[in-house]
Design a protein. Structure first.
Length: 210
């Protein structure tokens, strides 16, 4: 079972990838992690990626796809995998297809922008111990103070309203068109994302026919 989870930032893709991977006994392949791993191991593609990063440039798609190819050829991917963090654009999706990396299902976690904004802008993180809270879903006992160590809570820059809106705008422009791309290939499945975590997992497993 080879899967991609699509969805806006804050839609819960990471959480669902972990749960689905555990349920199916397949690895989640994070492109960020395998890039770091390839560089650390000094593989040919890893060294190529490092040369771009050392110059402060973005690693080109073909190098990232080379690293994905290296990773999915490993024995733990024999039963399948979930690809996380890629593709983000139609050219990347096309390049994966051209490289012979095909998917059984592409699941889009559907959730309205307003709900995402409420989720993300409500997050509060402890400046000292890193504990995470949410003003409505998981509020601290004392407003603005960490339950665990008594230090101040703050809003991460990523969770500031203007940052969240900007990230959503980039998602709609660059990544959302992937739904049309995978629909044409007959592998797109839509799942409602504004429901409890366990229900989303069940909906995804049903959508992919497990």
């Amino acid at each position: 079972m080879k899967l991609i989870l699509l969805g806006a930032p804050g839609a819960g893709k990471g959480t669902q990838a972990e749960r689905i991977a555990a349920q199916l006994g397949i690895p989640t392949i994070s492109t960020g992690n395998i890039l770091r791993e390839a560089i650390k191991n000094g593989t040919e593609v890893g060294l190529k990626a490092k040369s771009f990063m050392d110059q402060g440039k973005l690693v080109p798609d073909e190098v990232i796809i080379g690293i994905v190819q290296e990773r999915v050829a490993q024995p733990d991917c024999q039963k399948g995998y979930i690809l996380d963090g890629m593709p983000r654009t139609i050219p990347q999706a096309q390049a994966l297809e051209d490289a012979g990396i095909h998917f059984d299902s592409v699941v889009s976690i559907e959730i309205e922008d307003a709900v995402i904004e409420q989720r993300m802008t409500g997050r509060r993180v402890c400046t000292a111990c890193g504990a995470s809270f949410h003003v409505t879903a998981n509020p601290p006992k004392v407003e603005g103070i960490c339950d665990h160590c008594g230090q101040a809570l703050s809003i991460r820059k990523d969770d500031a309203p203007e940052t969240v809106r900007n990230r959503l705008s980039v998602f709609h422009q660059e990544t959302e068109p992937l739904k049309g791309f995978y629909e044409k290939l007959g592998v797109l499945k839509l799942v409602e994302g504004n429901q409890p975590i366990a229900d989303i997992t069940a909906a995804i497993l049903q959508a992919i026919g497990v």
